[in-house]
Design a binder for this molecule. Structure first.
Ligand code: ADP
Length: 303
């Protein structure tokens, strides 16, 4: 089983001809409401990849909250611990201009009310995989990591968006999953972290033990990933696909990785499976809707 403790957002996506300047109004081309949030995206990815999955979190008592709950229910997630709290649901307002450039405001709303007691009473067992991200209060992640350790469950922390995290917290997670920019932040490299981080540099840092957690996975977009598993650094090349929308690739990766671990796949095998899932997800638009099924992933891996 996969248990996701994380964020649920409504993404309000507006396409405009060009970005408005402060004080300016510009015509928009389209607007869509898309269920999102890293927690919800990863939960949908894990479920579609074949794992029984619980979504632990909160939505508001507003219209978005009802739509989000219905959506997650339609994806066959266990919502027994998805609270409805007074106030607004987490909401992301996204502007995308004609060149694909975006500007985003995220209101955490109900996600800020996912408190450390969220996992109280949830039976966690040694085979369970706990997936965490950076869009709910840090105290909740810390409490969840402690609960998982007690229960012998495996924790995967996707430190996205990045936030400074004490080394003793990172040491207690089983897998830290970050992209290049987040890894640069974790390791404190350079004034312009993204520019400073080549894959050779990532490889060297991983070999030196950077990232603190016992196992660290650094995703490299189309290049694939580098990981340190039990002290051994390995590279999993990206699958060649034509990318049309990479939104949610990291979420798809984490969800599918969790599902593969929940089936007791070897970590290296689980990374390959997750890479295939994420490669499939970038071939179509949207985050939630582009998450592939277990059948599609296996077909892609076998082809
Ligand atoms: P994030 O979306 O968090 O920045 P990445 O861009 O590193 O994360 O993507 C996560 C994973 O998705 C990669 O490790 C890779 O497996 C897959 N992926 C992303 N972009 C592509 C692409 N263009 N082609 C193939 N696989 C991709």
């Amino acid at each position: 089983r996969v248990v996701v403790v994380g964020s649920v957002n409504m993404d309000v996506l507006t396409r405009c001809v060009r970005m408005p300047r402060p004080g300016e109004t510009v015509p928009g081309r389209s607007v869509s409401l898309l269920p999102g949030g890293k927690g919800a995206n990863q939960a949908v990815a894990a479920r579609r990849a074949g794992a029984a999955t619980s979504m632990v979190g909160a939505v508001g008592d507003d219209d978005f909250g009802r739509i989000l709950r219905d959506f997650l229910d339609s994806e066959h997630l266990d919502l027994g611990r998805l609270a409805a709290v007074p106030g607004a649901s987490g909401t992301a307002v996204i502007l995308v201009d004609g060149s694909g450039e975006n500007a985003i405001t995220i209101v955490p709303g109900a996600n800020d009310r996912v408190l450390p007691n969220s996992l109280d009473g949830i039976p966690l067992t040694p085979g369970d995989i706990l997936l965490l991200q950076g869009e709910i209060p840090e105290a909740t992640n810390i409490a969840a990591i402690a609960r998982a350790r007690e229960a012998g469950a495996v924790t995967v922390l996707n430190l996205a968006p990045y936030r400074p995290t004490p080394p003793d917290v990172l040491r207690d997670v089983d897998y830290l999953v970050v992209n290049e920019t987040e890894f640069a932040n974790v390791t404190g490299v350079g004034a312009d972290p993204a520019a400073a981080m080549t894959s050779d540099r990532v490889e060297g840092l991983l070999a030196d033990g950077a990232g603190v957690a016992p196992n660290v996975v650094v995703t490299l977009g189309a290049e694939g990933l580098l990981a340190r598993l039990d002290g051994t650094v390995l590279r999993v090349p990206g699958f060649p696909v034509t990318a049309v929308d990479t939104t949610g690739a990291g979420d798809c990766f984490c969800g599918a990785f969790g599902a593969a671990l929940a089936r007791s796949e070897e970590p290296e095998q689980a990374l390959r499976y997750a890479s295939a899932a994420a490669a499939l997800s970038v071939r179509s638009h949207g985050a939630g809707p582009s998450m592939p099924t277990d059948a599609a992933i296996n077909h892609f891996l076998g082809s």
